[in-house]
Design a protein around this ligand. Structure first.
Ligand code: NDP
Length: 461
């Protein structure tokens, strides 16, 4: 369809002003496209409003708990520290309002029209707005993200909250049960226990963080226990009963808990409800995720999708990269592909973890010969503070080519370290490249270039 013969209001209409949608809109507009973006909530999406950003602020707040304790060993005497939850919630709110405003400003500066309304598909090139308006666009990009999955089928589960609500609790509960052991569950457990909340983590696996390297899973479990979290592995809740202002929870296996608040953190799912996908013929998977090809194109050629709504790698930087690549390809004439190999991720527990590439078990499945380098040590800070904290690092080396194919870290600043490791690993670094790199002393990261002897060798004859 040539532009001249096509009667349109916009070149691009983006549904959802989160990380992926805003980036795509801004870049498309920079190439001269006429762009509108619809958002029915606050501009910024999950990451800014109720995900990465507020979560990290809460993580930083929680870590003062440890800092005050550690300070004593270094000669500092801090008078009775006291944590005030409403102060943090208000400060967080101020910051995300500022960031949301910056996103709006960026859209305006880029010439993108922001429409505060709910949008759904009315055709391959047509959008209906909750205001009753109909809009035509040459291309439509769906970037609606995700939301909490339906709660597990447990009697009384309706009393639980999702991470959306937990950020803004009017007051801190005395006792909290978190259900699940994925990213959100362990991060919130690590945060709330440090705020002085008696925190229970009930989950169905034998260790938290399924899918991560087994060593990291064990370190995270230990870290949570050390911080006062009670872990109930292989004991998901069986029933929940409300008693006045508290809840009586029975776990599988019979353990009973009394708590004041319940957080359900059992995963997130693509936000595709009432988008009109089926009527227009956009194909989805059973989970509701929009099916796209490597170009982010759906089964309808004029309609594209990026980010969590496609349920591939559900991380903000991935959505941003997908949105940018989409705009480059369609409006910038640049055939950009997104590289999904070696996507690093961090879990902001305390201590935090950073993971990149294959786990040891995955590597054993895939390669015959492996050398596993690992180290565990006490960080310098813990020596004077007396904390039992340990740092753990593992490098997985494919022995035949000596390529590093996995890196796993648990300890302070693991997220920062894994970000930097992603560069050499992306470039195909070999173990000898790490060995040839001079250490920076005294740092935690120097251990990554000073591991000389494999802790284990896996060989398949
Ligand atoms: P995850 O997919 O990480 O974890 C889901 C958890 O819920 C698992 O422990 C899972 O158990 C459990 N679960 C699922 N269904 C049930 C059930 N029916 N009964 C009991 N337990 C159940 O989801 P999250 O909600 O923690 O996070 C959602 C996504 O958000 C993540 O995948 C991630 O992409 C993103 N995120 C990223 C962060 C980061 O980068 N730091 C931080 C927060 C979120 P099991 O292990 O047994 O399957």
């Amino acid at each position: 369809m040539s532009d001249a013969s096509f009667n349109k209001d916009y070149d691009l209409f983006v549904i959802g002003a989160g990380s992926g949608g805003v980036r795509a809109a801004r870049i498309a507009a920079s190439y001269g496209a006429k762009v509108a973006i619809a958002e029915d909530y606050r501009v910024g999406g999950t990451c800014v409003i109720r995900g990465c950003v507020p979560k990290k602020l809460y993580v930083l707040a929680s870590r003062f708990h440890d800092e005050f304790e550690d300070a004593r060993g270094f000669g500092w005497h801090v008078a009775q520290p006291h944590f005030d939850w409403p102060t943090l919630v208000a400060a967080k709110e101020k910051e995300i309002t500022r960031l949301s405003g910056l996103y709006e400003q960026t859209l305006a500066n880029s010439g993108v029209t922001l429409i505060q309304a709910r949008a759904s598909l009315a055709g391959p090139n047509e959008i209906s707005l909750s205001t009753g308006q109909k809009i035509r666009a040459k291309y439509i990009l769906i970037a609606t993200g995700g939301g909490p999955v339906a709660a597990p089928n447990i009697p009384g589960i309706e009393h639980g909250l999702s991470s959306n609500e937990i950020f803004d609790l009017p007051q801190l509960p005395n006792r909290l049960l978190i259900i699940g052991s994925g990213y959100i569950a362990v991060e919130f457990a690590s945060v709330f226990t440090r705020f002085g909340v008696k925190t229970h983590l009930s989950f169905r696996a034998d260790q938290p963080l399924r899918g991560f390297d087994e060593a990291l899973r064990a370190y995270v479990a230990q870290g949570l226990e050390d911080a006062g979290v009670s872990l109930y592995a292989s004991q998901p809740p069986k029933r929940i009963d409300k008693r006045e202002h508290q809840f009586l929870v029975e776990l599988e296996g019979g353990k009973k808990l009394e708590v004041d608040c319940i957080l359900i953190a059992t995963g997130r799912k693509p936000a595709t409800q009432s988008l009109g996908l089926e009527a227009v013929g956009v194909k989805t998977r059973e989970s509701g995720a929009i099916i796209v090809d490597a170009q982010a194109q759906t089964s309808i050629p004029s309609i594209y999708a990026v980010g969590d709504v496609t349920d591939r790698i559900n991380l903000t930087p991935v959505a941003i990269r997908e949105g940018h690549a989409f705009a480059d390809r369609i409006f910038g004439g640049k055939p950009t592909r997104v590289n999904y190999d070696l996507v690093a991720s961090a879990v902001f527990t305390t201590p935090e973890i950073g993971a990149l590439g294959l786990t040891e078990l995955e590597a054993q499945d895939k390669f015959s010969n492996l050398d596993i380098y690992e180290t565990q040590f006490r960080p310098m800070r813990a020596t004077l503070s007396g904390r039992s904290e340990k740092v753990y690092m593992k490098l997985i080396v494919e022995a035949d080519r000596q390529r590093i194919i996995g890196a796993h870290i648990c300890g302070p600043e693991a997220g920062e370290m894994i970000q930097l490791l992603a560069i050499p690993l992306q470039m195909g670094a070999k173990k000898e490249d790490f060995d040839a790199t001079m250490a920076v002393h005294p740092t935690l990261a120097e251990e990554l270039v000073t591991m000389r002897q494999p802790a284990r060798r896996h060989r398949k004859i």
